[in-house]
Design a protein around this ligand. Structure first.
Ligand code: ADE
Length: 224
């Protein structure tokens, strides 16, 4: 898989892809990640990529030309172009799964007041990572890359994500414990020490349902 990230601030990504699982996926050539500064595509003599909004109002608006030229020069028939924007579809694990099968993902990060509306016409999807406004699309792009890359076959063991929260019938994860058996008076549930795998599975499923009912009843209601 290839992921191209279009951003005015490529340095913001320093560090994020050079540690842990994402770094390993890059090193093992499971994914190629490129940072592309779309300012390099502007035809403006002063290197401008934004301008004031028609009709007036606060802030600057990202212009069509640099972004259209940049996307058109890297896009192929296999590309999915995604705009990161607070008014996009709210990002879910299901979307991460479907994106993990794509050959080429282009992530477009905005800044300032927003994108010229016509830029939406060159995008296949618009994604928001939640109902809050960030200063730009870079952090959302990191969230997408992290959640997608871990799902690429061979990046982590399949068992590690098969039981993730949101996979298992939209249930949250069950609680897990490790040694010691008693810590500050808090004990590991007896059933987990029993070696009875049927009972352990039942316990874990019940705890997943209980946790979801308490913390995220909306996930259960959605199923009915
Ligand atoms: N850009 C600014 N805020 C955002 C959000 N919540 N999701 C995606 N892109 C954004």
């Amino acid at each position: 898989m290839k992921i191209d990230i279009l951003t005015l601030f490529p340095n913001l990504f320093d560090g994020v892809f050079s540690e842990s699982i994402i770094k390993r996926a890059i090193d093992e050539k499971k994914v190629e990640i490129n940072l592309i500064d779309f300012r390099e595509y502007t035809l403006d003599p002063h290197n401008k990529v934004d301008d004031t909004p028609y009709g007036g109002g606060a802030g600057m608006v990202l212009m069509c030309q640099p972004i259209f030229d940049c996307i058109n020069s890297i896009k192929t028939d296999d590309s999915v172009v995604i705009m990161l924007t607070p008014d996009g579809e709210v990002y879910k694990q299901k979307t991460a799964y479907s994106l993990s099968n794509k050959k080429h993902i282009i992530l477009l990060c905005g800044h300032y007041e927003g994108f010229d509306e016509r830029i939406r016409s060159i995008c296949d999807m618009e994604i928001s990572i939640g109902d809050y406004v960030l200063t730009g699309g870079e952090i959302p792009a990191m969230v997408l890359v992290d959640s997608i890359v871990r799902l690429i076959p061979g990046v982590i063991k399949e068992e590690s994500h098969i039981e993730d929260s949101f996979n298992n019938n939209d249930l949250l994860d069950y609680p897990v414990y490790t040694k010691p058996r008693v810590y500050n008076g808090m004990e590991v549930p007896e059933v987990l020490l029993s070696g009875d795998h049927k009972k352990i599975d039942e316990y874990r499923y019940k705890e997943s349902v209980r946790r979801t009912e308490i913390r995220r009843p909306d996930l259960i209601e959605k199923d009915n």
